[in-house]
Design a protein around this ligand. Structure first.
Ligand code: 5GP
Ligand code: ZN
Length: 120
């Protein structure tokens, strides 16, 4: 598997080749608003490294995934999620066809805000 896949839409977004509404960027990670939000706050957090899905994740990715998860509380607050416990957010990682994954580059959905959206 290549580090960056020139045909992968999320690799291209992380490299700035396709525009997005950026939420965060550092050397390893990139976050941007979902183009079709399912909640008042809905952004995607991805590794810049091309990992196809959670199904490809192994121990070697643990520090990277740890960093991704640890970043979520800060970004969620910055994007307008109210603090815990009244506010909060949901993290979702769709994996594979039967897991509802459409873009084959690992991404965390972070969703929050007042919810008309369904629990379940
Ligand atoms: P999945 O179903 O793979 O978990 O989620 C893919 C998400 O990426 C969807 O929520 C979809 O709206 C979002 N998405 C797909 N293409 C683009 C794009 O070009 N730009 C942005 N910002 N979001 C995208
Ligand atoms: Zn990619």
């Amino acid at each position: 598997m290549h580090d960056h896949d020139s045909h992968c839409i999320f690799c291209r977004i992380a490299k700035g080749e396709i525009p997005s509404r950026k939420v965060y960027e550092d050397e390893e990670l990139f976050a941007f608003h979902d183009i079709n939000p399912a909640a008042p706050v809905h952004f995607l957090l991805i590794p810049k490294q091309h990992i196809a899905s959670m199904a490809q994740v192994t121990d070697e990715h643990a520090p990277l995934l740890g960093r991704m998860l640890a970043l979520v509380p800060r970004l969620a607050l910055e994007q307008g999620c109210k603090p815990f416990p009244d506010g909060g957010f949901r993290i979702m990682v769709n994996t594979g066809d039967e897991g509802g994954q459409e873009v084959h580059h690992l991404h965390l959905h972070v969703m929050g805000g007042p919810r008309p959206w369904r629990k379940g």
